[in-house]
Design a protein around this ligand. Structure first.
Ligand SMILES: Cc1cc2nc3c(=O)[nH]c(=O)nc-3n(C[C@H](O)[C@H](O)[C@H](O)COP(=O)(O)O)c2cc1C
Length: 197
């Protein structure tokens, strides 16, 4: 199983990147091949002008194409996702996420914008033809704390939710069917649907 982690914060160090890396570590421990794409490292001009021939952009687009699973982590900016993520998603082909499973992650200064993943990012991922978009995980800044060394680390409640999400990803989204293809999720009865935040 190949996984691409997309870090979509323009800042460094980054809380959303810490959340992303915690997901990546769990996926790696379950045997996934994990690659990482840090959008802030891409050439800014090529990114803004959607120059898909630029080597940075071509390589990033190829990473997306090669992944079975995409985990994307963004800070909440102005009640939505980062502009950095928007310019990257805008330069992808319309079906760039076709056949892929996506796990969206976000961090925000307060819990008030916890639905930004669902009302802002999810429709965009859907428009890129993602096969499955898992329930997202939102962490407030208080849930991602700073260590003595200045790095960010996820709290125990968020760690438990990441464990659940990774388990779901591995056991459901990539469960093979009789023809050896991924069977995807079984339908969920409405009564069992629960809030994703
Ligand atoms: C330009 C900007 C806009 C922001 N807008 C919001 C917002 O609307 N709602 C919110 O909860 N946090 C907002 N924040 C706070 C960030 O989402 C939060 O600190 C996040 O964890 C930063 O993630 P990062 O360290 O990965 O960049 C904003 C921060 C910045 C810099």
């Amino acid at each position: 199983m190949s996984v691409l982690l997309i870090a979509a914060s323009p800042t460094q160090p980054s809380r959303s990147a810490a959340l992303l890396d915690a997901a990546g570590q769990r996926l790696q421990a379950r045997g996934a091949r994990v690659e990482r794409l840090q959008l802030r490292d891409l050439d800014p001009r090529a990114l803004l002008l959607a120059d898909t021939k630029h080597p940075d952009i071509a390589a990033a687009v190829a990473q997306v194409a090669a992944a079975q699973v995409v985990v994307v982590a963004t800070p909440v900016y102005k009640a939505a996702y980062s502009g950095l993520l928007k310019v990257f998603l805008d330069l992808l082909a319309q079906s760039a996420l076709q056949g892929k499973t996506v796990l969206p992650l976000a961090t925000g200064g307060s819990p008030h914008h916890m639905l930004a993943l669902d009302y802002a990012l999810r429709p965009v991922l859907q428009s890129l033809a993602a096969r499955h978009i898992l329930p997202g995980i939102y962490a407030s800044d208080a849930q991602i704390t700073s260590t003595a060394q200045g790095a960010y680390t996820v709290g125990t409640d968020i760690a438990a939710r990441l464990d659940d999400a990774v388990h779901t990803l591995i056991t459901e989204a990539l469960r093979p069917n009789s023809s050896g293809q991924s069977a995807g999720f079984a339908p969920v009865p409405f009564a069992q649907v629960r809030c994703s935040v």
